[in-house]
Design a protein around this ligand. Structure first.
Ligand code: PMP
Length: 366
Protein backbone atom coordinates (compact mmCIF):
# COMPACT_ATOMS: atom_id res chain seq x y z
CA UNK A 1 0.00 0.00 0.00
CA UNK A 2 2.92 2.38 0.74
CA UNK A 3 4.18 1.99 -2.83
CA UNK A 4 0.77 2.97 -4.17
CA UNK A 5 0.67 6.03 -1.92
CA UNK A 6 4.12 7.23 -2.99
CA UNK A 7 3.39 7.47 -6.72
CA UNK A 8 3.41 11.12 -7.78
CA UNK A 9 1.86 12.89 -10.76
CA UNK A 10 5.26 13.28 -12.47
CA UNK A 11 5.60 9.51 -12.58
CA UNK A 12 2.37 9.16 -14.55
CA UNK A 13 2.17 9.40 -18.33
CA UNK A 14 -0.03 12.49 -17.99
CA UNK A 15 -0.58 14.70 -21.04
CA UNK A 16 2.16 17.37 -21.17
CA UNK A 17 -0.40 20.14 -21.48
CA UNK A 18 -2.06 19.12 -18.19
CA UNK A 19 1.18 19.10 -16.15
CA UNK A 20 1.36 21.83 -13.52
CA UNK A 21 -2.32 22.78 -13.82
CA UNK A 22 -4.63 23.19 -10.82
CA UNK A 23 -8.03 21.51 -10.53
CA UNK A 24 -11.26 23.44 -9.81
CA UNK A 25 -10.91 24.15 -6.12
CA UNK A 26 -13.74 25.65 -4.13
CA UNK A 27 -12.98 24.42 -0.59
CA UNK A 28 -15.72 22.21 0.88
CA UNK A 29 -15.45 22.95 4.60
CA UNK A 30 -17.88 22.13 7.36
CA UNK A 31 -18.51 25.59 8.85
CA UNK A 32 -21.71 27.17 10.19
CA UNK A 33 -22.18 29.72 7.38
CA UNK A 34 -21.34 28.54 3.86
CA UNK A 35 -21.49 31.38 1.35
CA UNK A 36 -18.89 30.26 -1.16
CA UNK A 37 -20.46 28.37 -4.08
CA UNK A 38 -23.52 30.47 -5.04
CA UNK A 39 -26.03 27.80 -4.06
CA UNK A 40 -29.60 28.57 -3.08
CA UNK A 41 -29.39 28.65 0.74
CA UNK A 42 -33.03 27.57 1.19
CA UNK A 43 -33.48 23.79 1.26
CA UNK A 44 -36.19 22.46 -1.06
CA UNK A 45 -39.76 22.52 0.35
CA UNK A 46 -41.09 19.32 1.97
CA UNK A 47 -43.55 18.63 -0.89
CA UNK A 48 -40.68 18.70 -3.38
CA UNK A 49 -38.59 16.35 -1.23
CA UNK A 50 -41.52 13.92 -1.03
CA UNK A 51 -42.20 14.13 -4.75
CA UNK A 52 -38.52 13.53 -5.61
CA UNK A 53 -38.43 10.56 -3.22
CA UNK A 54 -41.53 8.92 -4.70
CA UNK A 55 -40.41 9.59 -8.29
CA UNK A 56 -37.06 7.99 -7.54
CA UNK A 57 -38.76 5.05 -5.80
CA UNK A 58 -40.89 4.55 -8.92
CA UNK A 59 -37.95 4.44 -11.37
CA UNK A 60 -35.92 2.31 -8.96
CA UNK A 61 -38.16 -0.59 -10.01
CA UNK A 62 -36.56 -0.41 -13.46
CA UNK A 63 -32.94 0.19 -12.50
CA UNK A 64 -31.99 -2.99 -14.33
CA UNK A 65 -32.74 -1.08 -17.57
CA UNK A 66 -30.81 1.81 -19.08
CA UNK A 67 -32.51 5.20 -18.89
CA UNK A 68 -34.06 7.08 -21.81
CA UNK A 69 -30.85 8.00 -23.63
CA UNK A 70 -32.34 11.19 -25.01
CA UNK A 71 -34.16 12.23 -21.83
CA UNK A 72 -37.13 13.32 -23.92
CA UNK A 73 -39.66 13.83 -21.11
CA UNK A 74 -37.21 15.85 -19.04
CA UNK A 75 -36.23 17.99 -22.03
CA UNK A 76 -39.92 18.62 -22.73
CA UNK A 77 -40.40 19.80 -19.13
CA UNK A 78 -37.32 22.02 -19.29
CA UNK A 79 -38.52 23.53 -22.59
CA UNK A 80 -41.91 24.23 -21.02
CA UNK A 81 -40.22 25.96 -18.09
CA UNK A 82 -38.01 28.10 -20.37
CA UNK A 83 -41.01 29.00 -22.49
CA UNK A 84 -42.97 30.08 -19.45
CA UNK A 85 -40.00 32.04 -18.07
CA UNK A 86 -39.13 33.84 -21.31
CA UNK A 87 -42.20 33.71 -23.56
CA UNK A 88 -40.07 32.18 -26.33
CA UNK A 89 -41.75 29.04 -27.72
CA UNK A 90 -39.32 26.14 -27.32
CA UNK A 91 -39.74 22.38 -27.55
CA UNK A 92 -37.65 19.40 -26.46
CA UNK A 93 -35.86 19.62 -29.82
CA UNK A 94 -34.34 22.97 -28.78
CA UNK A 95 -33.24 21.74 -25.37
CA UNK A 96 -30.45 19.39 -24.28
CA UNK A 97 -29.72 18.28 -20.73
CA UNK A 98 -26.69 16.92 -18.88
CA UNK A 99 -25.20 16.43 -15.42
CA UNK A 100 -24.89 20.09 -14.50
CA UNK A 101 -24.18 22.89 -16.94
CA UNK A 102 -20.49 22.03 -16.55
CA UNK A 103 -21.19 18.86 -18.54
CA UNK A 104 -23.16 20.89 -21.09
CA UNK A 105 -20.12 23.17 -21.51
CA UNK A 106 -17.80 20.18 -21.77
CA UNK A 107 -19.93 18.58 -24.48
CA UNK A 108 -20.00 21.89 -26.37
CA UNK A 109 -16.20 22.06 -26.26
CA UNK A 110 -15.88 18.42 -27.27
CA UNK A 111 -18.05 19.02 -30.33
CA UNK A 112 -17.06 22.56 -31.31
CA UNK A 113 -13.60 23.02 -29.74
CA UNK A 114 -10.63 20.70 -29.52
CA UNK A 115 -7.05 20.65 -30.84
CA UNK A 116 -6.39 23.46 -33.34
CA UNK A 117 -9.47 25.36 -32.16
CA UNK A 118 -9.92 28.20 -29.70
CA UNK A 119 -12.38 29.53 -27.13
CA UNK A 120 -12.50 33.12 -25.94
CA UNK A 121 -13.86 34.51 -22.67
CA UNK A 122 -14.04 37.90 -20.95
CA UNK A 123 -12.14 37.75 -17.68
CA UNK A 124 -12.55 37.66 -14.81
CA UNK A 125 -15.29 35.10 -15.39
CA UNK A 126 -16.24 31.54 -14.53
CA UNK A 127 -13.05 29.57 -13.91
CA UNK A 128 -14.38 26.37 -15.47
CA UNK A 129 -14.49 27.88 -18.97
CA UNK A 130 -10.67 27.81 -19.30
CA UNK A 131 -10.43 24.55 -17.32
CA UNK A 132 -12.85 22.69 -19.61
CA UNK A 133 -11.10 24.26 -22.60
CA UNK A 134 -7.80 22.87 -21.32
CA UNK A 135 -9.34 19.44 -20.75
CA UNK A 136 -10.51 19.34 -24.37
CA UNK A 137 -7.26 20.85 -25.68
CA UNK A 138 -9.02 23.96 -26.90
CA UNK A 139 -6.75 27.02 -26.91
CA UNK A 140 -8.01 29.55 -24.34
CA UNK A 141 -8.06 33.21 -25.38
CA UNK A 142 -8.54 35.40 -22.28
CA UNK A 143 -9.85 38.89 -23.01
CA UNK A 144 -10.01 41.51 -20.24
CA UNK A 145 -13.14 43.31 -19.08
CA UNK A 146 -13.06 46.99 -18.10
CA UNK A 147 -11.44 47.84 -14.76
CA UNK A 148 -14.95 48.08 -13.26
CA UNK A 149 -15.61 44.50 -14.55
CA UNK A 150 -18.26 45.57 -17.09
CA UNK A 151 -18.01 44.38 -20.67
CA UNK A 152 -17.07 46.90 -23.35
CA UNK A 153 -19.25 45.45 -26.14
CA UNK A 154 -17.64 47.38 -28.96
CA UNK A 155 -14.18 46.30 -27.90
CA UNK A 156 -15.38 42.76 -27.22
CA UNK A 157 -16.82 42.50 -30.73
CA UNK A 158 -13.57 43.87 -32.22
CA UNK A 159 -11.47 41.29 -30.35
CA UNK A 160 -13.84 38.48 -31.38
CA UNK A 161 -13.64 39.57 -35.03
CA UNK A 162 -9.85 39.80 -34.81
CA UNK A 163 -9.19 36.52 -32.97
CA UNK A 164 -11.97 34.57 -34.72
CA UNK A 165 -12.42 31.97 -31.95
CA UNK A 166 -14.49 28.87 -32.59
CA UNK A 167 -16.38 29.51 -29.34
CA UNK A 168 -17.05 32.71 -27.38
CA UNK A 169 -18.22 32.47 -23.77
CA UNK A 170 -20.34 35.30 -22.38
CA UNK A 171 -21.40 34.76 -18.78
CA UNK A 172 -24.52 36.74 -17.94
CA UNK A 173 -24.89 37.52 -15.08
CA UNK A 174 -21.14 37.12 -14.86
CA UNK A 175 -19.59 34.98 -12.17
CA UNK A 176 -17.73 36.26 -10.09
CA UNK A 177 -18.45 39.92 -10.79
CA UNK A 178 -22.30 39.82 -10.88
CA UNK A 179 -23.22 42.12 -13.77
CA UNK A 180 -25.23 40.97 -16.79
CA UNK A 181 -24.84 41.79 -20.46
CA UNK A 182 -27.65 43.67 -22.28
CA UNK A 183 -29.11 41.96 -25.36
CA UNK A 184 -27.83 44.67 -27.71
CA UNK A 185 -24.27 44.03 -26.48
CA UNK A 186 -24.75 40.29 -27.01
CA UNK A 187 -25.97 41.03 -30.52
CA UNK A 188 -22.80 42.98 -31.28
CA UNK A 189 -20.72 39.98 -30.17
CA UNK A 190 -22.94 37.55 -32.11
CA UNK A 191 -22.57 39.59 -35.29
CA UNK A 192 -18.78 39.60 -34.92
CA UNK A 193 -18.41 35.91 -34.00
CA UNK A 194 -17.47 33.48 -36.76
CA UNK A 195 -18.36 30.46 -34.60
CA UNK A 196 -20.55 29.66 -31.60
CA UNK A 197 -21.45 32.12 -28.86
CA UNK A 198 -22.29 30.34 -25.62
CA UNK A 199 -24.18 32.57 -23.21
CA UNK A 200 -23.76 31.02 -19.78
CA UNK A 201 -26.95 31.99 -17.93
CA UNK A 202 -26.40 29.94 -14.76
CA UNK A 203 -27.77 32.87 -12.71
CA UNK A 204 -30.40 34.15 -15.15
CA UNK A 205 -33.34 33.75 -12.77
CA UNK A 206 -31.80 36.30 -10.39
CA UNK A 207 -31.50 38.95 -13.09
CA UNK A 208 -34.19 41.33 -14.29
CA UNK A 209 -32.66 41.48 -17.78
CA UNK A 210 -34.22 39.45 -20.62
CA UNK A 211 -32.62 36.09 -21.45
CA UNK A 212 -30.46 35.57 -24.53
CA UNK A 213 -33.07 32.95 -25.48
CA UNK A 214 -34.84 35.90 -27.19
CA UNK A 215 -31.97 36.05 -29.73
CA UNK A 216 -32.14 32.37 -30.77
CA UNK A 217 -34.41 33.02 -33.75
CA UNK A 218 -32.09 35.75 -35.02
CA UNK A 219 -28.81 33.79 -34.63
CA UNK A 220 -29.88 30.14 -34.92
CA UNK A 221 -26.53 28.83 -36.20
CA UNK A 222 -24.42 30.69 -33.62
CA UNK A 223 -26.19 31.07 -30.29
CA UNK A 224 -26.30 28.57 -27.45
CA UNK A 225 -27.84 29.50 -24.10
CA UNK A 226 -26.64 27.41 -21.17
CA UNK A 227 -28.72 27.12 -17.98
CA UNK A 228 -28.70 25.15 -14.76
CA UNK A 229 -31.00 23.93 -11.99
CA UNK A 230 -28.10 24.32 -9.50
CA UNK A 231 -28.77 27.90 -8.44
CA UNK A 232 -32.29 29.36 -8.47
CA UNK A 233 -33.87 25.88 -8.52
CA UNK A 234 -32.04 24.80 -5.35
CA UNK A 235 -30.99 21.57 -7.10
CA UNK A 236 -27.16 21.78 -7.04
CA UNK A 237 -26.92 18.28 -5.54
CA UNK A 238 -29.20 16.86 -8.24
CA UNK A 239 -26.75 17.88 -11.01
CA UNK A 240 -28.90 19.07 -13.87
CA UNK A 241 -27.84 21.58 -16.50
CA UNK A 242 -29.38 22.25 -19.90
CA UNK A 243 -29.13 24.41 -22.99
CA UNK A 244 -31.42 26.02 -25.51
CA UNK A 245 -30.27 26.21 -29.12
CA UNK A 246 -31.16 25.13 -32.64
CA UNK A 247 -32.01 21.41 -32.87
CA UNK A 248 -28.87 21.00 -35.00
CA UNK A 249 -26.74 21.91 -31.96
CA UNK A 250 -28.48 19.13 -30.04
CA UNK A 251 -27.68 16.76 -32.93
CA UNK A 252 -24.02 17.81 -32.73
CA UNK A 253 -23.82 17.11 -29.00
CA UNK A 254 -25.22 13.62 -29.51
CA UNK A 255 -21.97 12.85 -31.35
CA UNK A 256 -19.89 13.39 -28.20
CA UNK A 257 -22.12 12.67 -25.23
CA UNK A 258 -21.74 9.37 -23.42
CA UNK A 259 -24.67 7.05 -23.95
CA UNK A 260 -27.09 7.12 -20.98
CA UNK A 261 -25.22 10.04 -19.42
CA UNK A 262 -28.31 11.12 -17.43
CA UNK A 263 -29.32 8.38 -15.01
CA UNK A 264 -32.97 7.50 -14.66
CA UNK A 265 -32.70 8.70 -11.03
CA UNK A 266 -31.48 12.11 -12.17
CA UNK A 267 -34.14 12.41 -14.86
CA UNK A 268 -36.95 11.46 -12.47
CA UNK A 269 -35.67 13.70 -9.66
CA UNK A 270 -35.23 16.69 -11.96
CA UNK A 271 -38.73 16.29 -13.40
CA UNK A 272 -40.16 16.10 -9.89
CA UNK A 273 -38.22 19.25 -8.89
CA UNK A 274 -39.50 21.05 -11.99
CA UNK A 275 -43.08 20.32 -10.97
CA UNK A 276 -42.40 22.50 -7.92
CA UNK A 277 -40.69 25.29 -9.85
CA UNK A 278 -43.14 27.93 -8.67
CA UNK A 279 -42.46 27.19 -5.01
CA UNK A 280 -38.68 26.94 -5.44
CA UNK A 281 -38.40 30.05 -7.55
CA UNK A 282 -40.25 32.08 -4.93
CA UNK A 283 -36.91 32.21 -3.09
CA UNK A 284 -35.46 34.20 -5.99
CA UNK A 285 -37.21 37.44 -5.01
CA UNK A 286 -36.14 36.98 -1.38
CA UNK A 287 -32.55 36.39 -2.43
CA UNK A 288 -32.55 39.41 -4.76
CA UNK A 289 -33.85 41.60 -1.91
CA UNK A 290 -31.24 40.12 0.46
CA UNK A 291 -28.53 40.79 -2.14
CA UNK A 292 -29.49 44.45 -2.22
CA UNK A 293 -29.56 44.58 1.59
CA UNK A 294 -26.10 42.95 1.85
CA UNK A 295 -24.68 45.34 -0.78
CA UNK A 296 -26.04 48.29 1.17
CA UNK A 297 -24.69 46.86 4.45
CA UNK A 298 -21.25 46.48 2.86
CA UNK A 299 -21.36 50.05 1.54
CA UNK A 300 -22.22 51.33 5.01
CA UNK A 301 -19.17 49.53 6.37
CA UNK A 302 -17.02 51.30 3.78
CA UNK A 303 -16.65 48.40 1.34
CA UNK A 304 -17.11 48.67 -2.43
CA UNK A 305 -19.61 46.06 -3.64
CA UNK A 306 -19.63 45.56 -7.42
CA UNK A 307 -23.23 46.01 -8.74
CA UNK A 308 -24.73 42.49 -8.98
CA UNK A 309 -27.65 41.00 -10.84
CA UNK A 310 -27.01 37.54 -9.36
CA UNK A 311 -27.09 35.76 -5.98
CA UNK A 312 -23.57 36.79 -4.99
CA UNK A 313 -21.52 39.96 -4.61
CA UNK A 314 -17.89 40.69 -5.41
CA UNK A 315 -16.61 43.29 -2.99
CA UNK A 316 -13.43 45.08 -1.94
CA UNK A 317 -11.14 46.47 -1.07
CA UNK A 318 -8.70 44.41 0.89
CA UNK A 319 -4.96 44.93 1.12
CA UNK A 320 -4.66 41.15 1.59
CA UNK A 321 -7.80 39.26 0.42
CA UNK A 322 -6.39 35.90 1.50
CA UNK A 323 -5.85 37.13 5.08
CA UNK A 324 -9.37 38.62 5.06
CA UNK A 325 -10.82 35.33 3.75
CA UNK A 326 -9.13 33.52 6.63
CA UNK A 327 -10.51 36.01 9.13
CA UNK A 328 -14.07 35.38 7.83
CA UNK A 329 -13.43 31.64 8.14
CA UNK A 330 -12.27 32.09 11.74
CA UNK A 331 -15.66 33.73 12.39
CA UNK A 332 -17.38 30.66 10.92
CA UNK A 333 -18.19 32.31 7.58
CA UNK A 334 -16.86 30.62 4.45
CA UNK A 335 -16.75 32.95 1.42
CA UNK A 336 -14.65 32.82 -1.75
CA UNK A 337 -11.20 34.10 -2.60
CA UNK A 338 -11.32 34.19 -6.40
CA UNK A 339 -7.83 35.56 -6.86
CA UNK A 340 -9.04 39.00 -7.99
CA UNK A 341 -6.76 41.69 -6.56
CA UNK A 342 -8.31 43.43 -3.54
CA UNK A 343 -11.61 41.50 -3.71
CA UNK A 344 -13.59 38.59 -2.26
CA UNK A 345 -16.93 37.09 -3.33
CA UNK A 346 -19.84 36.28 -1.04
CA UNK A 347 -22.90 34.22 -1.98
CA UNK A 348 -26.24 35.48 -0.69
CA UNK A 349 -27.52 33.26 2.11
CA UNK A 350 -30.54 33.21 4.37
CA UNK A 351 -31.21 36.48 6.23
CA UNK A 352 -29.49 35.03 9.34
CA UNK A 353 -26.46 33.91 7.35
CA UNK A 354 -26.21 37.32 5.73
CA UNK A 355 -26.37 38.96 9.16
CA UNK A 356 -23.52 36.71 10.32
CA UNK A 357 -21.54 37.71 7.24
CA UNK A 358 -22.16 41.44 7.77
CA UNK A 359 -21.25 41.07 11.45
CA UNK A 360 -17.97 39.34 10.52
CA UNK A 361 -17.31 42.08 7.96
CA UNK A 362 -17.04 44.62 10.78
CA UNK A 363 -13.95 42.94 12.18
CA UNK A 364 -12.19 41.73 9.06
CA UNK A 365 -8.73 43.19 8.33
CA UNK A 366 -8.75 45.54 5.31
N1 PMP B 1 -21.71 28.47 -15.11
C1 PMP B 1 -21.46 29.35 -14.15
C2 PMP B 1 -21.29 30.78 -14.51
C3 PMP B 1 -21.36 28.93 -12.81
O1 PMP B 1 -21.08 29.81 -11.86
C4 PMP B 1 -21.54 27.56 -12.52
C5 PMP B 1 -21.44 27.03 -11.10
N2 PMP B 1 -20.59 27.64 -10.25
C6 PMP B 1 -21.78 26.69 -13.57
C7 PMP B 1 -21.87 27.18 -14.85
C8 PMP B 1 -21.89 25.22 -13.40
O2 PMP B 1 -22.84 24.82 -12.54
P1 PMP B 1 -23.53 23.38 -12.62
O3 PMP B 1 -22.57 22.44 -13.27
O4 PMP B 1 -23.82 23.06 -11.22
O5 PMP B 1 -24.74 23.59 -13.47
Amino acid sequence: IDEIMSVTLDQLPLREDLRGRSPYGAPQLDVPVRLNTNENPFPPPAELVDDVASAVREVARNLNRYPDRDAIALRRDLAAYLTSATGVPLTERHVWAANGSNEILQQLLQAFGGPGRSALGFEPSYSMHPIISAGTRTEWVPTPRRDDFTLDAERAAAVVADRAPDIVFVTSPNNPTGGSVPLEDLEAILRAAPGLVVVDEAYAEFSSRPSAVHLLAKFPAKLVVSRTMSKAFAFAGGRLGYLAAAPAVVDALQLVRLPYHLSSLTQAAARAALRHADATLRSVATLAAERDRVAEGLRQLGFEPVPSDANFILFGRFADPTAAWKSYLDSGVLIRDIGIAGHLRVSIGTPDENDAFLQASKEVPR
